[in-house]
Design a protein around this ligand. Structure first.
Ligand SMILES: [Zn+2]
Length: 464
């Protein structure tokens, strides 16, 4: 028994970190902090201490406690073995650029390679330039379907259609086991077909263990119902009440813009590059121009390779990248939008919400598209709502992260059935017991414990 698995975290919620070891080779999948929107320490208010950030992060349960990952100097007095003494050939793979999967990667010693899909890497670099992500080290890019060897472990990334550009699932092979880690998955979005195709490719292997995104089991708001689904290319006609598909969001926005007179505003999470692309397209269909804040305009320039319209908010913040943005995009003034509100579809992020006050007296519609604040429980959500109410605008909120970004129970069951693994472990769910795998043994392992994997059996390693 040589293949060892440790579910470092993520067996009871977000912030998945999985470590697989074979002899002196070690691979780690995802490296984010737990997602706690209401109690997150680094919410933009508390400043990161540059020199102590690794120690702070470990003590606050943000970065995972793993030996041989962090440099001796950065560990300070934390009781972990330093990267300088690492006996393993090690690599870290990131399934996508959402914080619960990658927020801690900048703390890893630069001797350990970290891989992201090349588009995810491009996004990461753009986020560093606009100062949304810290820059401390370099990362490597991977391509879908191209194997990477880490010592004796073989890792092949596959396409996944999560709400972030460059999302991946991984097929992992050692000499005695084959494992799939799904990353975050959904099959109700615009590239569902491509995602099912990737699933089919992975299913050609005999899979011992599937570690699967089971977010959908966290929520009892998902109730099966008969519904119209033909257009979505799903294997099952059973869908859920309150489902939010990308197509539905796009159709809902279209429906509003068709007849709306006045200003139209949206607030989105700009790591969802496809949503950026669609908003530009939808605006055009209704004779509007999409206008972006400079941070998002930079991402559009870099990731979509197009120039766009930019509106600069009225504050004292200055960034080096503003020069690039000014050069590469058309600058739209606030006065122009106020004079011709019917011509524009304008981005507004929460921190710039006061910009909306200038549109007082203009008929407006506001689309909250998974931008910050992320949950209705967050105090910022009510503040945002109050401003929109004062303006007497129509407010449309798409906020259910579970149903938008993650697969539904019926699709999840189908996915497991397709991959046909011997064993299954649920991750990314607050209710892993709720997973109902088809013909596979469902394990409920403990976090931070070493397990051997053999013939689809997880056996807890007893310390000698
Ligand atoms: Zn996630």
């Amino acid at each position: 028994m040589k293949t060892k698995i440790n579910f470092v975290r993520g067996l009871k919620g977000m912030g998945v970190v999985i470590m697989i070891t074979y002899n002196k080779s070690r691979v780690i999948f995802d490296f984010g902090a737990p997602f706690e929107p209401l109690t997150q320490i680094y919410d933009g208010t508390v400043l990161v201490r540059n020199k102590k950030r690794v120690k702070d992060s470990l003590l606050l349960n943000q970065a995972p406690m793993i030996d041989y990952i962090y440099s001796k100097e950065s560990l300070d007095d934390i009781n972990l073995k330093p990267a300088e003494e690492n006996p393993y050939e090690t690599a870290i793979f990131i399934s996508h650029c959402h914080k619960d999967h990658m927020s801690e990667i900048d703390k890893v010693d630069s001797s350990i390679p970290i891989y992201l899909h090349h588009l995810g890497l491009k996004l990461k670099q753009a986020l560093e330039t606009i100062e949304e992500e810290p820059y401390y080290r370099k990362y490597n890019g991977f391509e879908y379907n191209e194997k990477i060897m880490v010592g004796e472990i073989e890792v092949t990334p596959y396409f996944s259609d999560h709400a972030c550009i460059g999302s991946a699932s991984f097929l992992i092979k050692t000499k005695d086991c084959t494992i799939v880690y799904s990353g975050d998955i959904r099959f109700h979005a615009l590239e569902a077909k491509r995602a099912w195709h990737a699933t089919k490719q992975m299913s050609k292997n005999e899979i011992d263990l599937l570690i699967v995104d089971s977010t959908t089991t966290s929520s009892n708001e998902f109730v099966y119902s008969e519904n119209e689904i033909d257009s979505l290319n799903l294997p099952s006609k059973e869908v859920l009440k309150d489902m939010i598909t990308e197509q539905k969001i796009i159709d809902d926005i279209r429906e509003q813009l068709k007849t709306h007179q006045g200003i139209a505003v949206f607030n989105l999470y700009h790591r969802d590059v496809r949503m950026l692309e669609y908003l530009i397209k939808i605006a055009k269909e209704y004779n509007r121009e999409a206008v972006f804040e400079p941070h998002t305009a930079y991402i559009i320039n870099e990731l979509l390779n197009i120039s766009t319209n930019v509106i600069f908010p009225n504050n004292n913040l200055k960034y080096d990248f503003y020069t690039e943005v000014r050069k590469n995009n058309k600058i739209i003034s606030k006065d122009e939008v106020i004079t011709n509100p019917n011509n524009y579809f304008v981005q507004n992020t929460y921190r710039n919400i006061l910009e909306l006050i200038d549109y007082d007296g203009i008929n407006g519609v506001y689309f909250h598209l998974f931008g910050e604040p992320l949950t209705e429980e967050h105090v910022h959500y009510q503040i945002m709502k109050n401003v929109i109410d004062k303006l007497k605008w129509n407010f449309f909120s798409f906020i259910n992260l579970y149903s938008f970004s993650h697969t539904y129970p019926n699709q999840l069951a189908y996915y497991i059935q397709k991959l046909n693994p011997k064993a299954v472990v649920a991750v990314h769910s607050t209710n892993p017991e709720g997973l109902n795998p088809v013909n596979a043994k469902h394990y409920l392992p403990k976090e931070n414990v070493d397990y051997y994997l053999l013939n689809g059996q997880l056996i807890e390693k007893i310390e000698e």
